[in-house]
Ligand binder design. Structure first.
Ligand SMILES: *Cc1c(COP(=O)(O)O)cnc(C)c1O
Length: 225
């Protein structure tokens, strides 16, 4: 199967309101170009340097999503062009994105990343932190960031019941935030969840954005990352 067929196999199974983010990390510019040539326009990367380098070399109508942990001192490199940051995991980071977006006379769309996995290592907010942030005056003053939803990564496990519960939790957080704070904000609508091994479950649990790498581009070499 080539890349076009693999993309087609996924897109034919997902509803219109769901965005497929093709996760191209570690894969070459040529490989991304192949996917682009089959009509894929949304790509995700998890490292700033790689994101910037691919942005520079590839067509400018690609929408680049930052999906990996983002350090504040690197926001400035992606602020000129990034179309969505999935991985906002602190108020400090959101304020830095606001600042850099302003410098670039842009509004940057962001998702709030929640810690839903049963693992120490994954980044993300808990629901109380997010409520406190949203209720603060400082949050209300933000003008150049647009919070359009939530993101989460399930545990790395074969226990699909657990994964399902974690996705349910993320959906519940989305619903709480939507009904408490964003009921009339139409573009607060995204739930970014689901990767190669769990996207079908994520869809059932309400995902609107799938981040899929391996089943489109093949396995990533452990020699690269
Ligand atoms: C790598 C990555 C993905 C894609 O993972 P696959 O299992 O290859 O589909 C999704 N989300 C994030 C945050 C990632 O870093």
């Amino acid at each position: 199967m080539d890349i076009c067929e693999r993309i087609e196999n996924i897109t034919k199974k997902i509803p219109d309101y769901t965005t497929l983010v093709a996760v191209s990390k570690t894969h070459s510019v040529e490989t991304v170009k192949q996917a682009y040539n089959c009509g894929q326009k949304v790509f995700g990367e998890n490292k700033v340097q790689e994101l910037v380098s691919k942005y520079e070399q590839l067509p400018k109508d690609i929408q680049w999503h930052m999906i990996g942990h983002l350090q504040r001192n690197k926001v400035k490199y992606i602020a000129p062009f990034v179309s969505l940051i999935h991985s906002v995991d602190s108020f400090k980071l959101l304020r830095e994105i606001e600042k850099q977006a302003k410098n670039n006379k842009r509004t940057i769309s962001c998702l709030l990343q929640f810690h839903i996995a049963n693992e120490e290592t994954k980044f993300g907010f808990n629901i109380d932190e997010v409520c406190q942030m949203i209720e603060s005056n400082e949050f209300k003053d933000l003008q150049n960031v647009n919070v359009t939803g939530v993101m989460g990564m399930a545990s790395f496990t074969n226990d699909m019941e657990q994964v399902k519960e974690e996705f349910k939790t993320l959906k519940k957080y989305f619903d709480i935030l939507k009904s408490r704070y964003f009921i009339s904000k139409r573009d607060f609508k995204d739930i970014s969840m689901g990767m190669t091994n769990d996207w079908e479950i994520a869809l059932e649990e309400g995902s609107t954005m799938l981040r899929i790498g391996t089943s489109i581009f093949g396995a990533r070499s452990c020699m690269i990352k």
